[in-house]
Design a protein around this ligand. Structure first.
Ligand SMILES: Cc1cc2nc3c(=O)[nH]c(=O)nc-3n(C[C@H](O)[C@H](O)[C@H](O)COP(=O)(O)OP(=O)(O)OC[C@H]3O[C@@H](n4cnc5c(N)ncnc54)[C@H](O)[C@@H]3O)c2cc1C
Length: 283
């Protein structure tokens, strides 16, 4: 196996263009598992975690957005001031693997793998993130909901790199929660991100591990928007319960070796209800 290690973005795009069958690796926490298990046998690996442009993030206060380079790690997403700008992403990052995995694993890699259980993905979906892609000859940007097309399937072309993710900075409470078979080092059996936007009095909810890809729960969002009080930060117990039912109804889980569909559907409803209660703590 040969490895190329570009340090500039244009160099990275050029080598990916000339080796479209090469495997791009950032932290390697998914890719190396695949290689070690024999599921992938790349002749060429292109490591992008030393490309400076992919390792940084910027905040645009005027546009109220944060642009995060694809090779920014979970450990970096957990640090101030980024953690205060996108608290749900920091909260999701804290649940990923172990310190070693969080030091190596990247947001771009989570998107590249596009597992329905990826912890960064419900946050990106709830917040309406945009994924920026580039090849040696073109650039394009896709809403994250268009980028994720199925179980471990994305809109990425062979000669493209994920360069960055732009995330709106919302005013309002936001949080992430997941259920697994234990408290740490665990793949989500069900996950949810809830974000509120006080400027539009809206509630956003995206759920993971309960369908082929991340699901935005439009009915639950509309119901919460009409039923909660942003002024008093309150939601009645009936609203909290109904919100969970609508989240569960939006999910399409399957039975697999980790959990039954019925358990996942129940769990995602509980997660959604608890997140709504955290966002609106008063009855
Ligand atoms: C022990 C362990 C525990 C884990 N725990 C969790 C967990 O709790 N939650 C969770 O969500 N994940 C978990 N993972 C999975 C993994 O850590 C994450 O999905 C991580 O975000 C992958 O990032 P990476 O940089 O390591 O990706 P890599 O392994 O480098 O790449 C993953 C895929 O994305 C592609 N890719 C990477 N970067 C780019 C780019 N810039 N442009 C285009 N394609 C790209 C690669 O080609 C590959 O297909 C765990 C993995 C391990 C080994």
């Amino acid at each position: 196996m040969n490895a190329l290690v570009p340090t500039q973005l244009d160099e990275a795009l050029r080598v990916i263009g000339t080796h479209p069958d090469a495997l791009v690796v950032a932290g390697g926490t998914d890719a190396m598992v695949e290689i070690n298990a024999g599921h992938r046998r790349p002749r060429m690996v292109i490591a992008v975690n030393r490309v400076a442009e992919l390792r940084s993030w910027t905040y645009d206060p005027a546009g109220a957005t944060v642009r995060i380079g694809a090779a920014v790690t979970y450990s970096e997403l957990m640090e101030s001031p980024l953690a205060e700008l996108i608290p749900a992403l920091a909260e999701a990052s804290r649940t990923v693997g172990s310190p070693q995995i969080r030091n190596a694993g990247t947001l771009g890699g989570n998107l590249g793998t596009c597992s329905p259980a990826g912890d960064g993905l419900p946050v990106l979906a709830a917040l309406g993130a945009v994924v920026h892609l580039a090849s040696a000859t073109r650039e394009r940007s896709l809403p994250v909901s268009d980028f994720m097309v199925g179980v471990k399937r994305t809109a990425l072309e062979a000669d493209e790199l994920i360069t960055a993710i732009t995330i709106p900075v919302l005013a309002g409470w936001q949080g992430y929660s997941k259920v697994g078979v234990r408290n740490a080092m665990v793949i989500a059996l069900a996950s949810a991100c809830l974000a509120t936007d006080v400027t539009t009095s809206s509630v956003r909810l995206a759920v993971g591990s309960v369908g082929p890809t991340i699901i935005r729960c439009a009915d639950a969002e509309a119901f919460a928007g009409e039923s909660v009080s942003f002024a008093r930060r309150s939601a009645t117990p009936a609203t909290v319960a109904r919100f969970g039912e609508l989240a569960a109804a939006a999910s399409h889980p399957i039975d697999d070796h980790r959990a039954t569909a019925a358990y996942r559907r129940h769990a995602v409803g509980v997660l959604a209800s608890r997140l709504l209660r955290r966002a609106f703590p008063n009855d």
